[in-house]
Design a protein around this ligand. Structure first.
Ligand SMILES: C[S@@+](CC[C@H](N)C(=O)[O-])C[C@H]1O[C@@H](n2cnc3c(N)ncnc32)[C@H](O)[C@@H]1O
Length: 261
């Protein structure tokens, strides 16, 4: 059971209410997680092990990665196919806490993000607001647009030329759903493991691939734990292997443009 502590700023409280998140003055019995405002940020506290998750693109790991992260040489950038003047427009249909999207936006990609879990959406939108207000990260945050919704529905509508993304073109669709079996997920910190448990496995993830292949102009990239089975059992057209992660690449079936990156 999860709720927002009633001390958060009014805009966040309002957003949380619209997303159906409970508002708590006192923490009820049986609560497992609390969303709470801490000085200048929204964070998720796991009551059981006190692990905290928040999205911070300005300091800490994100700042380090911005400075020393390996630029276009890092596996996610290679998989996406950033090369020379070509900087793709990307639809990330499983945004999560926006880590991958931020890396790609910091390499110049324009990122449209969709997240369906209210908690992840709230944490990410709070992180993006702080990034937009900081001189070091404002330009990167300006390349990231977050929407609340179901990626499959948005992709399907877009494939029919309908919905909120009807007027947008995407070179790449990026998919990184939560892998259902915890034992096979990539290793993560205690705080992230608590977050993953809260979100659960995305059992319906296979359904994202077909509509993604209809709308991407160049490629679809699916991030998986290295030994995980293929999404929807579909054999990729190319693969980038990392240490614990694999990026499976698929070509579009929309028949609009051929792969050339
Ligand atoms: C493994 S996380 C993504 C992590 C992200 N790539 C990052 O770097 O932070 C998977 C996220 O995808 C979201 N998700 C899964 N299926 C989705 C769907 N059909 N529509 C929108 N979001 C979805 C889950 O709620 C979860 O937050």
């Amino acid at each position: 059971m999860i709720g927002l502590r009633h001390t958060a700023p009014i805009d966040i409280t309002h957003q949380a209410q619209q997303l159906g998140i409970a508002l708590w003055d006192t923490i009820p019995e049986g609560a497992t997680h609390i969303l709470q405002w801490n000085t200048d940020r929204l964070e998720l506290l796991s009551i059981h092990d006190k692990a905290i998750v928040c999205v911070d693109f300005v300091k800490g790991a994100a700042a380090h990665r911005r400075q020393f992260g390996g630029g276009r040489g890092q596996p996610v950038a290679k998989a996406i196919g950033i090369k020379g003047e070509y900087i793709p427009r990307i639809l990330d249909a499983t945004a999560g806490l926006g880590g991958d999207a931020y890396v790609l936006a910091s390499l110049g990609c324009s990122m449209t993000l969709i997240e369906r879990t209210p908690i992840a959406y709230l944490l990410l939108s709070d992180g993006l607001k702080r990034a937009a207000a900081d001189g070091q990260t404002a330009e990167i945050a300006a390349r990231m647009t977050l929407h609340f919704g179901d990626g499959r529905a948005w992709l399907t509508e877009r494939a029919q030329g309908l919905g909120p993304l009807a007027a947008q073109e995407f070179d790449v669709v990026y998919l990184d759903p939560m892998f259902p079996e915890p034992g096979k997920r990539a290793k993560s910190k205690k705080s992230m493991a608590a977050f993953q448990t809260l979100i659960g496995g995305d059992e319906d993830a296979d359904a994202l691939l077909a509509p993604a292949r209809l709308i991407a102009k160049k490629r679809i990239i699916v991030k998986r734990p290295r030994l995980a089975p293929l999404m929807a059992g579909a054999r990729p057209d190319f693969v980038f292997d990392g240490e614990s992660t694999r990026f499976d690449g698929y070509l579009p079936t929309g028949g609009i443009q051929k792969e050339n990156n």
